[in-house]
Design a protein around this ligand. Structure first.
Ligand code: BES
Ligand code: ZN
Length: 619
């Protein structure tokens, strides 16, 4: 066994899958998908072949031509991080280049959130969506779930006819089901006969570009859309308010795509559609190709919503075209994307906005380094992730230290040369999955002598923040940081000083305050600026975190409300952590446990797991 990836059972000596054809029957009442998957290998293979699964029932493994059963076994134990290992045994006498598996997901499949009608906006129809990054695709279908193994896919989604589906793929057709299509006649438990029921439709998709499995995505529900640009529609639950607001918020998307193309080369994915999910979506955004998934909390009518779109758009080049080989090189995805996002933001929103975003990131990076002072491994760009759950150790380090590294290279070789370098890097490695060494070799070859100017080993393998990292400067940034310093001396900003502040200015201000201040100062700040009621969650959560740590219990009602209305982990993590960490906080711990018990069902399974791991660490 030669593992390729610390988070996958994929064996590097085995043949890789190049295409998966999926037929998926969505059974909403039981929150289960029954599926048939036809796997095509890059070349004929005989003997053992390892696949990743989690919470899947495997029904049959068959040879597609004869439908004769192939031997397989499931590991008796479920690895808490990697899941269950499915080992096939392909015939030795006649190597196969394809095989077929029928399976069912379970209601606890970690990628899937099933929302019952009362949990949706319109309260009429159910909704289900995926979040496969980092290692959850295996809970939807068996696969070699490592970004080192890129796959093309096609999919037939059989759904109730009042619903529609979107995917990270080209939409081919919405049509009546056809009996026996896509091996649907092999589906288990009588679902084969329901395939053609008159209450069902088939949504057909094709993804003919090779993508890492974590970019597999779908959402099924009562969806509507608005056109916002020549290659962009915004989708969401068909509720007028949300769609209108989203269409307005994202009107500048085409402009950003054009800027991205100028900087990084052609946009290769044809369409750039956006899907606004219910508030329980656990991330700000997810770069599913052709169909970015977004939290509704980004719709707030100022510059920062567009910045999340800029980030997911930037992944179209860095992450989706060039992909980290495994999660140990995650900074190649997120550090590059954070850099690319800020270049797009600078081009469309101006330098001041980009510098604010760099400043918020700089503060965040410094806080993360403190958080990991007892676990310095996680302050490295290239990390050892053996035995590490990527959801639990998600941090800003790969984003912000990665950004700082690239920004440092840009300063060293100059922007024009760095721009040329980036274009060449993307053109050279597109549709490939690479590691840090490949990047460094390419850098050294294309920026000769760079290793004499920048300590590349310190940056990629060292802990903490290297000395040539750089705090940004601009009048606005410097002003906000100095106002935050004055707060420590008891001076609150005057109304005229904050008159034109947007959410990001407040975010930067709050993040530069001490973690704990006098309760009276927290009350005074809120009395004047009503930050606890802000409709910008970045501001509200930063304020509530300060309030909890400063023991201002009057705000706990607002904390509870926030934890119950959104499931974005960026907000859940700091609020739950602030409540439960530290000693002698019985009231806060009881509150956290009660709120989680009441809100749990509304969170995505990944978010449930993350809150549970915060509790396990501190309670
Ligand atoms: N790809 C990430 C989200 C992600 C990372 C999901 C790791 C699962 C595992 C996405 O591009 C992202 O970084 N989202 C940010 C947006 C932000 C940096 C603008 C988020 O969700 O906060
Ligand atoms: Zn990202």
């Amino acid at each position: 066994m030669a593992p390729l990836d610390p988070h996958s059972f994929t064996d590097s000596t085995h043949t890789l899958t190049t295409h998966i054809a999926l037929s998926l029957y969505f059974d909403f009442p039981s929150a289960t998908i029954h599926g048939a998957a036809l796997f095509t290998l890059s070349s004929p293979h005989s003997g053992p072949l390892c696949l990743d699964t989690r919470s899947l029932s495997i029904h049959r493994v068959l040879s597609p031509s004869t439908l004769s059963p192939l031997p397989y076994s499931l590991s008796p134990f479920c690895d808490p991080i990697k899941g269950t290992h499915l080992s096939l045994s392909l015939p030795n006498d006649a190597a196969l280049s394809s095989f077929l598996i029928t399976f069912s997901t379970s209601p606890s499949s970690s990628a899937l959130q099933w929302l019952s009608p009362p949990q949706t906006f319109n309260k009429k129809h159910p909704f289900v969506y995926t979040q496969c990054q980092s290692i959850h695709a295996r809970s939807v279908f068996p696969c070699q779930d490592t970004p080192a193994a890129r796959i093309r896919y096609s999919a037939l989604l059989n759904v109730p006819r009042e619903l529609s589906a979107v995917m990270s793929a080209r939409h081919v057709d919405r049509r009546l089901p056809v009996s026996g299509e896509g091996y649907s006649n092999l589906l288990p438990n009588g679902f084969n006969s329901l395939w053609c029921s008159e209450t069902r439709v088939v949504e057909e998709f094709d993804m003919n570009q090779p993508i890492p499995p974590y970019l597999f995505a779908f959402a099924v529900g009562e969806l509507g859309f608005r056109e916002v640009g020549p290659r962009t529609r915004v989708y969401s639950e068909a509720a007028d308010g949300v769609l209108e607001a989203a269409a307005k918020e994202f009107a500048g998307t085409e402009d950003m795509i054009r800027q991205g193309e100028k900087l990084f080369g052609d946009y290769e994915w044809e369409r750039f559609d956006l899907l606004v999910l219910p508030p329980s979506f656990p991330y700000g955004g997810m770069e599913n190709p052709r169909m970015v998934f977004l939290t509704p909390t980004v719709i707030k009518g100022d510059a920062s919503g567009a910045q999340v779109v800029a980030h997911e758009l930037a992944h179209s080049w860095t992450g989706n075209l060039i992909t980290n080989k495994n999660n140990e090189h995650f900074w190649l995805n997120e550090g590059f994307t954070t850099y690319a996002e800020r270049r797009i933001v600078e081009a469309v929103q101006g330098e001041d906005r980009a510098v604010l975003s760099i400043g918020i990131g700089w503060r965040g990076l410094n806080d993360e380094i403190k958080r990991f002072q007892d676990n310095l491994e996680f302050t490295k760009l290239k990390t050892n992730q053996e035995g590490v759950d990527p959801d639990t150790f998600y941090s800003q380090v790969p984003y912000e230290k990665g950004f700082q590294f690239l920004w440092c290279i840009e300063r060293q070789i100059g922007r024009p040369a760095f721009d040329e370098f980036l274009k060449k890097y993307i053109a050279t490695f597109k549709f490939k999955s690479i590691d840090t060494e490949t990047f460094l070799d390419f850098l050294k070859a294309n920026a000769p002598g760079i290793e004499k100017e920048i300590d590349l080993v310190l940056w990629t393998e060292g802990t903490g923040i290297p000395p040539d990292a750089y705090e940004p400067v601009s009048n606005l940034y410097t002003k906000i940081v100095s106002l935050a310093n004055e707060f420590k001396l008891g001076r609150m900003p005057r109304e005229d000083e904050v008159a034109d502040w947007q959410g990001q200015e407040w975010e930067l201000y709050l993040e530069n305050l001490p973690k704990v201040v006098e309760a009276s100062q927290v009350f005074a700040l809120d009395a004047r600026y009503r930050l606890s009621e802000s409709n910008d969650y970045e501001v509200k959560v930063a304020f509530l975190q300060l309030a909890i740590l400063s023991k201002c219990r009057d705000f706990y009602g607002e904390v509870e409300k926030t934890l119950k209305e959104v499931g974005r982990m960026k907000y859940l993590r700091p609020l739950y952590t602030a409540l439960v960490q530290g000693i002698g906080k019985e009231e806060e711990k009881i509150l956290a446990k009660r709120v989680f018990a009441e809100a749990r069902d509304c969170y995505h399974p990944i978010a449930q797991g993350v809150v549970e791991s915060i509790f396990a660490k501190h309670l």
